[in-house]
Design a protein around this ligand. Structure first.
Ligand code: PHE
Length: 348
């Protein structure tokens, strides 16, 4: 599926928001299994090209995510590259104008929260972009933030990894290092603490550090040391590209299972992990819980109980990926992509 000469998606919508100078990129990767659906990421980028490339890569990841999850949606992603230091008072206007683009697309793209966007932002986008906006706050009829369901899915993925590594799915006594204690990371930390894991974390934000280190008493690992810290499970829950030629040789973990999208920097990194004997849970399989759960509730009428049941199935999906990788002698990432491609090629 990953064309060597670039992107194999369907289309790319580009808008310049003149009022703020923000660039909007909506990458529609595949509508083969359903309408393109993916989060809206909002942050500053070094340049326009980087923002565009991120949207395209993330959209491809969403195609894989829906396909391996067996959920009838297609891959897409939006990036709003905001100028650094954008005055917060100009944010609602930008979000409403972005909502107008969604409305113009008329259902070619459906969205939810992602890095840099909250449920409150989805409420604002929904003022002009409804009905193509998921994960609004419950007061506006949405299913709310997807972080908790994403964390549930990652936790179930960790149980599968423990079962695979130790013959026992329990997280009790396992050392888990969570990189990034934001909306997903902090929900994951709570679940892990509840399950008796030995949790450490890394974060850049003062408030998060105070909360998790000082209030909860967890071990803080500085961002410089995060790749060297011994643990059973390393859980990247911040940004992408953290698994690369520089970091993989340093890792002192048995497995990588996290919520961040695009954890592998490049095509060779899955093999690097395999060569080091580190079990990698493909990000788009492990982190599908938020997208599947929220879209299930809002577009398929699932109850929260049903959504949680479907999200827990990520554990079994991952078991299938590990078994397929072993049988074929390929990386877990390649096995997951193969499963996604087969679903995308299947007739009907
Ligand atoms: N941020 C989610 C993801 O990357 C995208 C999403 C959230 C899609 C909520 C739909 C609803 O998987």
């Amino acid at each position: 599926m990953r064309a060597s000469d670039g992107w194999d998606g369907e289309s790319l919508v580009t808008r310049l928001d003149r009022e703020t100078g923000a660039w909007i990129f909506i990458a529609l990767h595949s509508s083969r299994l359903g309408a393109a659906t993916g989060g809206t990421r909002m942050k500053p980028y070094p340049d326009r090209g980087a923002a565009r490339a991120d949207a395209m890569r993330l959209a491809e990841g969403m195609t894989c995510k829906w396909a391996v999850s067996g959920f009838p949606r297609g891959g897409g992603k939006a990036v709003i590259a905001v100028p650094p230091g954008l005055d917060p008072s100009r944010r609602p206007g930008l979000l409403r104008r972005y909502g107008e683009v969604l409305r113009e697309l008329g259902g070619l793209f459906w969205t939810g929260g992602d890095v840099g966007t909250s449920s409150a932002d989805m409420d604002v986008i929904g003022e002009t972009g409804a009905p193509y906006v998921f994960s609004r706050t419950p007061s506006r009829g949405g299913a709310g933030d997807s972080g908790g369901l994403t964390a549930l899915g990652v936790f179930c993925a960790m149980e599968t990894v423990c079962w695979r590594l130790f013959g026992d799915p329990s997280l009790r006594g396992r050392r888990v290092l969570v990189q990034g204690a934001g909306s997903v990371g902090s929900a994951l930390i709570e679940r892990l603490v509840g399950a008796g894991a030995i949790v450490s974390f890394s974060d850049m934000g003062e408030a998060s550090i105070r909360r998790h280190r000082d209030a909860m008493g967890l071990t803080f690992v500085s961002p410089e040391a995060v790749f060297d810290a011994p643990c059973e499970i390393f859980a990247p829950c911040a940004l992408g590209g953290v698994l690369n030629a520089d970091t993989i040789p340093r890792l002192a973990c048995r497995s990588v299972v996290g919520a961040a999208n695009n954890q592998l920097a490049g095509p060779g990194d899955a093999e690097r992990l395999r060569a080091r004997g580190i079990l990698y849970a493909p990000d788009f399989a492990a982190n599908a819980g938020g997208a599947v759960g929220i879209t299930g509730i809002e577009a398929m009428g699932w109850s929260l109980e049903r959504a949680e049941r479907e999200v827990r199935a990520i554990g079994a999906t991952l078991r299938g990926i590990f078994e397929a990788a072993e049988a074929a002698g390929i990386t877990t990432d390649a096995a997951a992509r193969r499963i996604a491609s087969e679903r995308l090629r299947a007739p009907g």
